[in-house]
Design a protein around this ligand. Structure first.
Ligand code: FAD
Ligand code: UDP
Length: 389
């Protein structure tokens, strides 16, 4: 590394959190700037929520629930492809509704199965949906989005119960962005995502992260909470990159930002298959879990046994989901103003920027953050060349 870029401290950067955001910044800063990075995570592993590991039966499962990679960004795919090969995989989900399994997102097949119809074309399905839809003048909430598109009955069957369970809130109390994630289709396309690139890292996420972080300039320490280092952090490194919950960084000064959590019940069953697709959703409120995932569909692994995960939403536990609603956004803005005024710390990632982002969006955000750091460093040190590692 160019000496001008490094102070005489031990590390150039202390990065908090070894998920996508933290790991990508560690990789970029080490490989492009020759920076010395200390990357910590309070969990006992790298990978953040995307962490996967083989269980005792040898099945590769996702400790924090099913993670399916999908994106429309070539730049994101190109970046990650340095660290992994891919297994083509198109995700399909069924919902258990009125005693049968039907495709979700709602498509023509869903309508035919549920209402005993024989809709043959996109036009017929569009006409049918239009006859059920209840137009809403100003679409603000997650209820508005769905009722506007498919009407009250389908909204109640597929969205109301699931959303109440998942978020602990009625869809009418949640920003429209939550249910807008799920399209309504008039075709028979039963893929969960419509993105141009849909695939799983061939050997799993943890292997991909391992390759990303395998550089002499990156020191990874897991099982270390930032709280232990906070007071002396600036003796360790010039700059901090923080990917944990933003309210926690500021000691909850303005009160707690709500994050939704989940409890995962992982089970390995002595049978080859448990369900017909990777994920089955259970929208009905009487069932306490939201969905069951079966990993062998995602990984293509073959085994006489199978591992599944039940997801039980919870108010307590690790923060997984920022909760998109106006009052939370207002509170976040107060923390964001503090973050903006904290020059030696960069806040990045799903928890630190309090956004319901998918993995590919976090990859994009981390790469954009690196570009900004890169510009600043170059401005400060021009015309010195930035040496690669
Ligand atoms: P994280 O992965 O949360 O990493 C942050 C890390 O920081 C954590 O490992 C945490 O332990 C660490 N940390 C926090 N505070 C501290 C501290 N004080 N000290 C030390 N370490 C700390 N996205 C998709 O694209 N497709 C999917 O199918 C998908 N499925 C999902 C399913 C579930 C159940 C969940 C919860 C999320 C899913 N996501 C999915 C979203 C995906 O998990 C996130 O977009 C992505 O993991 C965010 O990366 P990140 O680095 O911002 O955060
Ligand atoms: N949703 C629903 N019923 C479903 C699937 C999704 O009501 O069968 C709603 C629910 O509010 C959920 C949101 O749509 O939280 C987004 O769904 P997604 O599958 O993207 O959730 P994630 O995988 O992020 O948990």
């Amino acid at each position: 590394m160019n000496a001008a870029f490094r102070g005489d401290r031990r590390y150039d950067y202390l990065i908090v959190g070894a998920g996508f955001a933290g790991s990508i910044l560690a990789e970029r800063l080490a490989s492009q700037h020759g920076a010395r990075v200390l990357l910590i995570d309070r969990r006992p592993h790298i990978g953040g929520n995307a962490y996967d590991e083989p269980n005792e039966a040898g099945i590769l499962y996702h400790k924090y629930g099913p993670h399916i990679f999908h994106t429309n960004s070539d730049a994101v795919v190109d970046y990650l492809s340095q660290f992994t090969e891919w297994r083509p995989y198109e995700h399909r989900v069924l919902a258990f509704v009125r005693g049968q399994l039907v495709p979700i997102p709602i498509n023509r097949t869903t309508l035919n199965l549920l209402f005993d119809l024989d809709l043959q074309t996109d036009e017929q399905a569009a006409e049918y949906l239009a006859s059920r839809a209840e137009p809403v003048d100003e679409i603000r909430t997650s209820e508005d989005v769905v009722v506007n598109a498919v009407g009250q009955e389908l909204y109640e069957l597929f969205f109301r119960g699931y959303t109440r369970k998942q978020w602990g809130l009625d869809p009418s109390e949640l920003d429209k962005q939550v249910t807008s994630r799920i399209p309504t289709r008039t075709s028979t396309d039963d893929r969960y995502f419509s993105d141009t690139f849909q695939a799983m890292p061939l050997n799993g996420y943890t292997a991909m992260f391992g390759k990303m972080l395998d550089r002499p300039l990156i020191e990874v320490r897991t099982g270390v909470d930032f709280a232990e280092l906070k007071d002396t952090a600036h003796e360790l490194a010039d700059h901090i990159i923080y990917t944990g919950p933003i309210d926690e960084y500021f000691d909850f000064r303005f009160g707690k930002l709500p994050y939704r959590s989940l409890k995962f019940d992982h089970q390995t069953l002595e049978q080859e298959r448990f369900q017909p697709v990777a994920v089955v959703n259970y929208p009905c409120e009487e069932v306490p879990f939201t969905r069951i995932s079966e990993y062998k569909y995602l990984t293509g692994q073959e085994s006489p046994v199978t591992t599944i995960t039940y997801e039980y939403p919870s108010a307590e536990g690790d923060p997984y989901y920022p909760i998109p609603r106006p009052e939370n956004q207002e509170l976040f803005k107060k923390y964001e103003a503090l973050a903006d005024a904290t020059e030696d710390v960069t806040f990045v990632g799903r928890l630190a920027t309090y956004r319901y982002y998918n993995m590919d969006q976090i990859v994009g955000q981390a790469l954009a953050t690196f570009r900004r750091i890169d510009e600043k460093v170059k401005e400060r040190h021009e015309p010195a060349a930035v040496a690669a590692e």
